[in-house]
Ligand binder design. Structure first.
Ligand SMILES: [Ca+2]
Ligand SMILES: [Ca+2]
Length: 257
């Protein structure tokens, strides 16, 4: 009888170890994950303990200054640089020469491997999905776009590419439209999934023009997150948002607003 108990204890102990190795170890490992993600001049997010934080205080910035970050400009890696935050982020090489980033840029540093997708922006004009998005929202089809492009990335790594559309008529020159709109949506299995979706009556200087800054798997769960930045009029600044896709819809994990 005693032998049976000893055997059972061993079995339960063994199962416990196997369960820990299968699930617990991964969870312990993930809790130690830490990433700092910098989006252009002034948005800084930290990922730790499976959650995202927005950095705003000088003390927090001091802890992040003069460290090496992987820096990407217009979606291309430009190398590893020191970042320093004063009134905004500045980029420096090893000899403390300032590096000027043209256009949108982002940087990250992390204690684990992060995969950043290479993607291109393909001009779109007539496209069935754009037409159906405009129809869905009751918008005319003859628009002067300020941005309209498509990017293709396999965000959930299932071997099938998803298409991401960005279209906007905000800040178009010439006669103003009755309604302004900005959309970012994904097409997966012929279905449209909206990330950003704004339609409003025309008002001067109102609205923003979205842009996809990055596709990267920031939390190492084999699904890419997206950084989308929406440019408002002149000195109103940008709205930066980090999205994830849970298989059914997109959700904003964190934003600078
Ligand atoms: Ca896919
Ligand atoms: Ca992810």
């Amino acid at each position: 009888m005693k032998k049976v108990y000893v055997f059972l204890i061993f079995v339960i102990f063994g199962i416990g170890i196997i369960m820990f190795l299968l699930f617990g170890l991964d969870s312990v490992r993930r809790e130690k994950y830490e990433t700092v993600l910098v989006v252009s001049d002034d948005t800084t997010w930290i990922y730790q303990n499976k959650g995202w934080l927005h950095v705003s205080s000088a003390d927090q910035y001091n802890e992040l200054n003069w460290q090496k970050y992987h820096v990407f400009e217009n979606n291309k890696s430009i190398g590893s640089y020191d970042l320093w935050h004063d009134d905004k982020w500045y980029i420096f090489d090893d000899n403390k020469n300032a590096i000027m980033a043209n256009g949108t840029w982002f940087g990250y540093k992390s204690n684990y491997e992060i995969e950043v997708e290479n993607f291109s922006k393909e001009e779109i004009s007539e496209d069935g999905y754009v037409i159906s998005a405009l129809n869905d929202k009751g918008l005319p089809l003859d628009n002067k776009y300020t941005t309209s492009y498509k990017s293709s990335v396999d965000i959930d790594k299932d071997g099938i590419i998803e298409d991401f559309y960005v279209i906007s008529n905000v800040f178009a020159s010439g006669d103003h439209p009755k309604k302004t709109f900005s959309f970012v949506f994904m097409v997966k299995d012929n279905q449209i999934y909206y990330l950003y979706d704004d339609v409003r009556e025309y008002k001067a200087y109102s609205g923003c023009v979205p842009d996809i800054i990055a596709f990267l798997d920031a939390d190492d769960d084999q699904v890419d997150e997206l950084v989308v930045s929406c440019g408002q009029y002149s000195n109103l600044g940008r709205i930066d948002m980090l999205y994830n896709f849970d298989g059914e819809k997109f959700k904003i994990l964190i934003s600078n607003q």
